[in-house]
Design a protein. Sequence first.
Length: 206
Amino acid sequence: MQQKPSTQTASLQRVSDAEIFEAVRRSIDTNGTTKFTMTHVAEFAGLTRVQLYNRFGSRNALILALLVDHVTEFKKQAALKILAADDLVLAIRETIISGINAVLEDPYFKMLIMPAVTGQTQVDGTPAAILALGHKQWLPVVDRAIEAGIFKSNLLREDVADWLTFNEMTLLNASQTYGKSLGQCRAYIDDYIFPSLLSASIEADT
């Protein structure tokens, strides 16, 4: 005979990850980025502290899950915009710039991503998560650019996706740590990122 789930298990199943992430944001807004606790998050989510730990295991794991959730949707929408654009080169450039701007303006991006980019990681696993998300975002864009003859045909798609992601992180660091403007970041993209990627015919036109 199949046992019925306990009241605690049932309540945990009814609370979605999205609701828990919203509870994390509420806790951060109330208590700050360094002082929010699993207890406060559980209260905001309508769970017990034990239930929250059963779902995510640790405070670090919960914050990292929030990071992945917060960044995934942004990068998904960014990739869709690039793929729908008529001018792929311009779309790639402006997507990188908009990502930098989002990190600088969005409190959760800034809290979660910038410490990792500047070498002061507060959440274990953040750099790897950022690289994985960036890599996943860029792959379909790279495929389209190579197929359209915009990127050099001898480039390996995996390497190009990594190259774009690494440079995004470099520009984030430059803008946050060294005060580089978005205009200077655009110039860096045109002068140092695109020359290694663009086919000869496209580079001649830009």
